[in-house]
Design a protein around this ligand. Structure first.
Ligand SMILES: [Zn+2]
Length: 92
């Protein structure tokens, strides 16, 4: 049995989800779908919204550029909340 695969055509990370443009290997239709950020880098299964075939795709990891952009926003919020004056350490 061959399972359907959704090929990732493009993706974009927003602050609360992953917007992916995918191509179904079964019906060859292009569709876009949003995934929670938690699923970053994971293989996930879902049904094609066009032909309803169950399939899977590998979601990408956020690129360093996109990560920087998001962190920039977070830093601004954190700076307002805690003005400790200490150098902010990256803890991961
Ligand atoms: Zn399909």
């Amino acid at each position: 049995m061959t399972s359907t695969l959704f090929r990732l055509q493009s993706n974009k990370f927003s602050t609360d989800n992953i917007q992916a443009t995918l191509v179904c290997s079964k019906c060859a239709e292009v569709f876009s779908k949003e995934f929670p950020l938690d699923l970053e880098g994971q293989t996930i299964e879902f049904k094609c919204p066009v032909c309803s075939s169950a399939g899977e795709t590998d979601l990408p990891y956020k690129s360093p550029e996109e990560r920087d952009n998001l962190e920039l926003d977070l830093d601004l919020v954190e700076d307002e909340e805690e003005n400790s004056g200490e150098e902010f350490e990256e803890s991961y």
